[in-house]
Design a binder for this molecule. Structure first.
Ligand code: LLP
Length: 400
């Protein structure tokens, strides 16, 4: 975990505490720093708190760092991929085709061929057009494809509109009204093996009730299709559990997870099939920070700006979803200053925080943007051709 020890920001792994101020003496900023030990322990907690109700297919879109992937692979997780690139990287990191669920709304013919040839565990189909493409590929190759239909449960919940994915009118998934025709097509097509149903209603779910409602709906549909003779065996409930970026400990998430596990257990009592889940952010967000250095303290008549050597080019979430992350000074002090913390990019939206109080900072000192282990590095880009951001991982007190 990243925490303050005697007023100094540290990466605590077991009995060892590495001071961030010492790490930045060795490593040039900007970089993402990952706590692999913390992530592994949290994954184990996830399994025990959810009482192993659902097999985890880690949504690697949230973090595709090699060390992170290898850690999940060693723990026995599968992986949820959304492109051929992610599928290849997952396999380079030890995942087997049988560990891969292939999601995504725009799979290319090449990507579907790869999934069929390599026999991925499951292809989550999101449209009739995709299903037809898949059928064509299977018939050309004389192979079958295990697939799940991604269903749009049309359940709303409170989150940023860009990261809700399960409402009627969204590009994702299939609506129940489309199913009749699709199921008839599947019945006629020997190469298509409908093994399950899937869903993902969106991200940053804090009130779990809408999620449970959607799961309940999907489960009823699953049972109905089984009664109609489809030999289903997998129910994929997606990801989406939220991380509160305003505060830093895991207590709130631990409680949520226990509630999640308890409800899954009662929902799936006597369930005839395998439940799988695709968490991304919930597994990784807390175990990464973005370390950046102050280029300037700019005092203007109205504001005091901390200008960092990293901005929306390296961490896009704040600008894209107006979702500020905590900024951690390396050293806690009594005397605080009011700052806007911004990046070097030529956009006013390149701002990590407005009017926040931090220990007084000086040029050359570093800070960390907290909870950036999910949707951080993976969304970095080269806008303005600034120095690219790197990734560093530590496990058991040692750099990997
Ligand atoms: N499964 C599917 C099919 C998904 O589309 C996603 C995320 C997940 C699982 C994992 O969701 P999670 O557990 O991480 O919430 N860039 C945005 C998040 C976009 C998520 C897209 N899909 C952000 O930074 O908030």
């Amino acid at each position: 975990m990243f925490l303050y020890q005697n007023g100094q920001l540290a990466l605590k792994q077991g009995s060892q505490a590495l001071l961030l101020k010492e790490i930045v003496q060795q490593e040039k900023t900007p970089f993402y720093l990952y706590d692999i030990q913390g992530l592994r322990e949290w994954y184990r907690f996830f399994l025990s708190a959810t009482q192993n109700q659902a097999k985890v297919f880690f949504a690697m879109k949230s973090n595709f760092n090699e060390q992170v992937l290898r850690a999940f692979q060693k723990e026995g997780a599968g992986v949820d991929v959304v492109s051929g690139g992610e599928a290849r990287l997952a396999q380079d990191c030890g995942f087997q085709p049988q560990d891969i669920v292939f999601s995504g709304v725009g799979k290319t013919a090449e990507e579907l061929k790869m999934a069929v040839e390599q026999k991925f565990f499951q292809i989550n189909v999101e449209s009739f057009e995709e299903l037809k493409r898949l059928a064509q590929i299977c018939s050309e190759k004389n192979q079958t494809a295990p697939l799940a239909l991604r269903i749009n449960p049309n359940v709303n919940f409170s989150s940023h509109p860009y990261i809700k994915t399960g409402l009627s009118g969204h590009k994702f998934g299939l609506e129940e009204s489309e199913l009749k025709e699709i199921l008839t097509f599947i019945k006629k097509n020997q190469a298509l093996y409908l093994q399950g149903l899937s869903m993902h209603i969106g991200s940053q779910i804090f009130d779990l009730n809408p999620l449970f409602q959607a799961i309940h709906y999907l489960k009823s549909l699953y049972e109905q299709l089984k009664r109609e003779g489809f030999p289903l065996k997998v129910l994929d409930i997606g990801g989406g559990l939220g991380v509160n970026y305003q505060q830093g400990d895991l207590e709130e998430e631990k409680a949520k997870l226990k509630e999640f596990g308890k409800t899954l257990k009662s929902l799936f009592k006597n369930f005839d099939g395998q439940v799988i889940t695709e968490p991304g952010r919930f597994l990784t967000a807390r175990f990464g920070i973005l370390c950046a250095t102050v280029e300037y303290i700019k005092k203007s008549p109205k504001k005091q700006f901390v200008i960092l050597n990293s901005g929306m080019n390296h961490f896009l979430r704040t600008a894209l979803y107006s979702d500020p992350h905590r900024i951690l000074a390396f050293k806690q002090t009594q005397s605080l200053q009011k700052y806007d913390v911004v990046g070097p990019i030529c956009e006013t939206g390149d701002c990590f925080a407005k009017d926040i109080f931090l220990p007084e900072l000086k040029q050359g000192e570093s800070v960390a943007l907290a909870d950036t282990g999910a949707y951080g590095f993976v969304m970095a880009n080269s806008y303005n051709l600034q120095t690219p951001v790197r990734e560093i991982a530590f496990d058991q007190g040692k750099k990997l």
